[in-house]
Design a protein around this ligand. Structure first.
Ligand SMILES: Cc1cc2nc3c(=O)[nH]c(=O)nc-3n(C[C@H](O)[C@H](O)[C@H](O)COP(=O)(O)OP(=O)(O)OC[C@H]3O[C@@H](n4cnc5c(N)ncnc54)[C@H](O)[C@@H]3O)c2cc1C
Length: 355
């Protein structure tokens, strides 16, 4: 049995620990903060799940992720993924391209005119053609990360919080060693899934990490009647995404936040960003209480091509750069990480190296 240390207990490291444990590895997961912390990218009650991308490659990844979410639900005994459908509107060419990619892969979808869409989703306003696809909705983010960890732990993984990894070094026998504040752990392989901390820790451990831009994003929850019935939505012309959740209707600007250092950010919400989202809600979301915004912060770690880094260098596997859209793919990325550790190649698109 191979011993693997996974560094980072966000959704990606937790998914990797889950998949590696299922594959028979002896896994130790190390996370610097407490369970359920809100300092990285994976916290909160909701993330969009959708098949809809204009690139068939991502449509395929999302479709392969869906049954793995269902597997995690079965193994953990928890509901994690609710399919309420997704609505895309704005920018006709984009909507056409997404529809073509969905249809090309055989996934159901339908175009609606703005009036028909407003009748179906009275909480939203539309002024252009709308694309709907049913195999979409929300993942409960906190529960999903905890479920990956719980199932991994039930399978024998050691899940350790409040352990900060200082660096990765090569031991005398050539195997990787993980240096923590408490000591050194040797392993056959290491998986680094450290979110916004990747430029520092991963950049020192492997060559070829693409340039990563770490930003503080500031989504807002608005009160609404029956938010759990809302579809997830992307308004392409406004660069806005949203979805219903137990906390209300969440709305955010995609990748519009300031560059930050995860170690030093003050986590204060920019009043201008809050004002923009409130104005957006007043104009486009008649079904929410635009005066009741409650904002939070979260990190994006974005690569130059908005694609991910899922690759291995020697005994070190890297999961990084999820560019604000990685959560939906987490169980599949965990499986790909386990495959990389076992020696299989990763997706060429996600290789280390310049982008
Ligand atoms: C506002 C917002 C909305 C989003 N919406 C969506 C969406 O709707 N759909 C979607 O698919 N994706 C979405 N995403 C993206 C998705 O949430 C992220 O891609 C995903 O959570 C990244 O997870 P991660 O595990 O890579 O990072 P993180 O969750 O940040 O996990 C990394 C972990 O590593 C730990 N760590 C770092 N350094 C060390 C160290 N030295 N030692 C030990 N531990 C360490 C950190 O503490 C952290 O817990 C959104 C992201 C944000 C911020």
């Amino acid at each position: 049995m191979r011993s693997v240390v996974v560094v980072g207990g966000g959704v990606m490291g937790s998914a990797a620990a889950w998949a590696l444990t299922a594959a028979g590895a002896e896994v130790t997961l190390l996370e610097q903060f407490e369970p359920g912390h809100d300092k990285g990218s994976s916290h909160g009650s909701s993330r969009i799940f959708r098949l809809a991308y204009d690139d068939p490659f991502y449509v395929d990844l999302a479709a392969r992720s869906l049954p793995l979410w269902r597997r995690l639900e079965e193994e953990s005994g928890q509901e994690l993924l609710a399919l309420t459908g997704a609505v895309d509107h704005g920018t006709a060419e984009r909507i056409e391209a997404i529809g073509a990619a969905l249809r090309g892969a055989g996934h159901p979808c339908a175009f609606l005119d703005p009036d028909a869409a407003a009748e179906r989703w009275p909480g939203m306003r539309f002024d252009e053609r709308v694309l709907f696809h049913p195999d979409a909705g929300r993942v409960h983010a906190d529960r999903a990360t905890a479920a990956f960890q719980a199932v991994a732990a039930a399978g024998g993984a050691q899940v350790r919080h409040a352990v900060r990894v200082e660096r990765i070094v090569t031991g005398r026998a050539g195997q990787p060693e993980v240096v923590t504040g408490d000591g050194v752990l040797a392993a056959d392989a290491v998986v680094l899934a450290v979110g916004g901390w990747a430029p520092e820790l991963v950049g020192r451990a492997v060559p070829g990490l693409p340039r990563l831009r770490v930003t503080q994003e500031q989504p807002v929850h608005f009160p609404a009647a029956d938010p759990l019935a809302w579809p997830s939505f992307l308004h392409h012309r406004a660069n806005v995404y949203g979805l219903g959740s137990v906390d209300g209707v969440k709305v955010g600007l995609h990748g519009a936040g300031p560059v930050v250092d995860p170690e030093r950010r003050d986590r204060r919400v920019d009043p201008e960003a809050l004002r923009q989202l409130t104005d957006y809600a007043r104009t486009w979301l008649p079904g929410v209480d635009a005066a009741g915004a409650s904002a939070t912060t979260c990190l994006y770690t974005t690569t130059p091509d908005h694609g991910f880094v899922v690759d291995r260098h020697g005994a070190v596997t890297v999961l990084a750069g999820f560019s604000g859209h990685g959560f939906k793919f987490a169980p599949l990325l965990g499986v790909l990480a386990a495959d990389l550790v076992a020696g299989s190649p990763g997706p060429v698109r996600f290789a280390l190296g310049p982008r």
